[in-house]
Write a protein of this length. Structure first.
Length: 173
């Protein structure tokens, strides 16, 4: 069985977390993680370009097989929601443009898959990510990167369901 490399993404205009894991059978292993920060003094179009380039470099460097993106929630401020939506569009576009399959998960599904509770807080998510990927126990990690790793872990739990669904739609089952 070949290992599968999964890129998890936690979209944000200011900070987009990313995390890469590999799965082989039921074994998870950490590959890399980080955050793409966009300078707030740039114009919106420049920030989106900066985000796209950063993600494209990560995807080219680590060559994931699949990507998983956390769905964003709607803010009360429509302008912030619109900007977050634009950033999320870039986060969906970057792997897709490089021919990486993209899957989406709600925040509650990610938390429930990783922590067991759909309304877990960031500390609980971080703790469980470190339990599932023990190599990170002594690592100081930004919340955005931990959330991205949680999205990748969530996808590792649900990816077989997506494969079966695609096979059914294609008439292969």
């Amino acid at each position: 069985m070949e290992p599968v490399r999964i890129l998890g993404l936690d979209p944000g205009l200011r900070h987009t977390g990313w995390g890469i894991i590999e799965i082989k059978g039921n074994c998870l292993s950490h590959v890399a993680h980080g955050v793409v920060d966009t300078p707030s003094d740039l114009e919106l179009a420049q920030r989106l370009t900066h985000l796209y380039k950063g993600l494209s470099e990560i995807i080219s460097a680590y060559t994931p097989d699949e990507a998983a993106v956390e769905e964003t929630f709607v803010n009360k401020n429509p302008t912030s929601t619109l900007k977050l939506g634009m950033a999320r569009g870039v986060v969906l576009l970057a792997p897709s443009a490089l021919r990486v399959s993209v899957f989406e998960y709600s925040a509650n599904k990610v938390k429930k898959s990783v922590v067991g509770v759909g309304h877990a807080d960031k500390e609980q998510v971080l703790m469980m990510v470190k339990m599932l990927l023990p190599v990170l126990n002594s690592t100081i990690m930004r919340a955005d990167a931990a959330d991205a790793l949680a999205v990748a872990i969530c996808h590792s739990h649900h990816r077989q369901i997506h494969s079966l669904t695609r096979a059914l739609k294609a008439g292969q089952l």
